[in-house]
Ligand binder design. Structure first.
Ligand code: ADP
Length: 535
């Protein structure tokens, strides 16, 4: 049929043009390693992104070449988010907390041609460099000095001119970026994001039922830019024209609250462990900080205890919004908002609703599978979550052996065990590998952890399975007690009794000083198992 719409490609250069022409004056603030503040705007970021694209062209980077970034969250990383893909190359964000061997494996598998490294991360890079064959290393430095054999980011950009950058024609299905899974569920695997996937994800993530960003907002992405596109926030903020505040390497709770207070942040995002420590900082220093500008904090990456939602709301008037996603889903898959008829429920019940992972965003579809059958959406039956949608990976980069992570009809098997209620609200009960199988039944370690963290003396709790002769597996709870507080295993059992099924209650409690963390700040249950069970 004729008379149809234009065939207008969904590519990142369009998003950058919008940021430059419509929102060019909006501020981009970054905290530098020396704790000073750098201020620029989206117009300058856009111009410099084009310079970066041109500089990479001059270095011989062509269509589809991979360019790695080993960087904290800052304005130059934002330039790389745009500058690398608009030139036709592929932005490959590198997790700076991985070991040199893991980084080298990923860089070699992705065949990164160029790597952009922060000066403050050169010690990390030095250990990787002998293990990889990268053609050029570009250093983001505050001074003219960079180590011999490396290029200075600022010098390269100074030799380019955005007015002479020739925008290559991009195809919406070509790769714009790639990221490796953090590997908590086995060997890390590469996921490549197309321009189309990122553009559609940006639109969906900006909806009022998702990140709900406005031009008047000020966004602080705490989630690292090396971890799943910082959940897409940099792109959404650039599209909406929101002010962006990047924390640089300063991710301790005090620095984060300082940034929020000084820049009047309205929206932020990060994993629960970050917000547990920020809450502690706020509670221990009443009156020191003004966080009254904050509208919303998006939490994802691991389960969010309802008690944390209540504490932020009642003590600091801050709304936590729970979202679920994976490296494979760009990442936003579901977001948790109250439904129209839940706003009058009692506060504790509201927190319980909001602690669920929520409903899929438009164009993402979910189902739960057990023994090859779809489980009913009854809010109780558990099965493995499968998803599909325009920003869900279809396969892994160069990993045909991982084809079993996709169902025969093309859905992604997430490895998460969920229940789904009749209105499509999804709740993560566990990850397949963390699930506790006791006497043929499943115990949700997530529910136990959340119930334990609701105890006033408990700072953090993680539950793992221990082998058991009679029941096959039983739960063991590792608990961090708040300083100046005390609690016994017996008291914790009593606390759990009205909250979970009696047979779920752990026999063993281990009181530990800290729960080990993964490279992206989640509880590291593999390390915890080693620590408690091998000991
Ligand atoms: P990795 O799989 O290596 O941890 P990802 O960052 O891709 O790396 O993590 C995705 C996983 O994180 C999901 O499969 C899920 O288990 C967990 N996850 C993400 N968001 C949430 C959430 N809101 N609640 C509970 N678990 C979550």
């Amino acid at each position: 049929m004729d008379g149809l719409m234009m065939d207008f490609p969904l590519t990142l250069d369009a998003l950058l043009r919008r940021a430059e022409t419509i929102h060019g004056g909006r501020e981009v603030v970054s905290r530098l390693p020396d704790r000073s503040w750098h201020r620029t705007d989206l117009g300058s970021v856009a111009a410099r992104s084009k310079c970066l694209a041109q500089a990479l062209q001059k270095l011989g980077v062509t269509d589809g070449d991979r360019v790695g970034t080993l960087c904290w969250n800052h304005f130059r990383h934002l330039e790389a988010y745009f500058g690398i893909p608009i030139g036709g190359a592929v932005l490959h964000t590198l997790n700076l907390r991985l070991s040199p061997q893991e980084l080298a494996h990923i860089i070699n598998e992705a065949a990164d041609k160029v790597v952009i490294v922060d000066e403050s991360l050169l010690s990390v890079w030095e250990a990787v460099r002998p293990l990889v064959a990268v053609e050029h290393v570009i250093v983001c430095a505050e001074t003219d000095q960079v180590p011999p054999g490396m290029l200075n980011y600022e010098t390269l950009l100074a030799e380019c001119d955005p007015a002479t950058f020739v925008q290559p024609a991009l195809r919406e299905k070509q790769a714009a970026s790639m990221c490796y899974t953090s590997g908590t569920a086995g060997k890390s695997k590469g996921v490549a994001y197309s321009h189309r996937a990122i553009c559609l994800h940006t639109l969906a993530a900006g909806l009022t039922s998702s990140f709900e960003l406005y031009e008047r907002d000020c966004v602080l992405p705490v989630v690292p830019m090396f971890h799943v596109n910082a959940w897409g926030l940099p792109y959404v903020a650039a599209m909406c024209g929101a002010k962006i505040v990047f924390p640089g390497p300063h991710l301790d709770p005090q620095s984060l609250v300082e940034a929020i207070t000084q820049e009047q942040v309205t929206v932020s995002a990060g994993v629960p462990t970050v917000w547990i420590s920020v809450l502690k900082e706020l509670d221990q220093n009443p009156g020191r900080y003004d966080v009254s500008t904050v509208r919303k904090i998006f939490i994802g990456g691991s389960a969010l205890p309802g008690s944390l939602i209540e504490s932020y709301e009642s003590r600091h008037d801050i709304r936590l919004v729970h979202a679920w996603g994976m490296t494979e889903t760009t990442p936003i898959g579901t977001v948790s908002y109250l439904r129209h008829d839940q706003h009058d429920d009692p506060p504790t019940q509201q927190s319980e609703h909001r602690a669920r992972q929520g409903t899929p965003v438009p164009f993402v579809e979910i189902r739960a599978i057990r023994e090859e059958q779809q489980v009913p959406w009854d809010g109780r039956s558990m099965g493995e979550l499968e998803v599909r949608g325009p920003w869900v990976a279809e396969s892994y980069y160069q990993r045909p052996d991982a084809a079993d992570r996709f169902s025969p009809d093309g859905w992604l098997r997430t490895g998460d065990i969920v229940s789904i209620d009749p209105r499509g609200v999804m709740k993560i009960e566990d990850r397949v590998k963390d699930l506790i199988k006791s006497g043929g039944e499943w115990i949700s370690s997530v529910d136990l952890e959340n119930a334990l963290m609701a105890h006033e003396a408990v700072e953090e709790a993680a539950v793992i399975a221990v082998p058991d002769e009679k029941w096959v597996e039983r739960p063991l709870a590792a608990v961090v007690v708040k300083s100046n507080q005390a609690v016994t295993a017996e008291q914790l059992r009593e606390h759990l009794l009205p909250r979970v099924a009696k047979w779920w209650i752990p026999e063993r409690f281990e009181f530990v000083s800290a729960i080990p963390r993964t490279s992206v700040g989640k509880f590291n249950k593999v390390a915890l198992r080693h620590q408690l069970l091998d000991a």
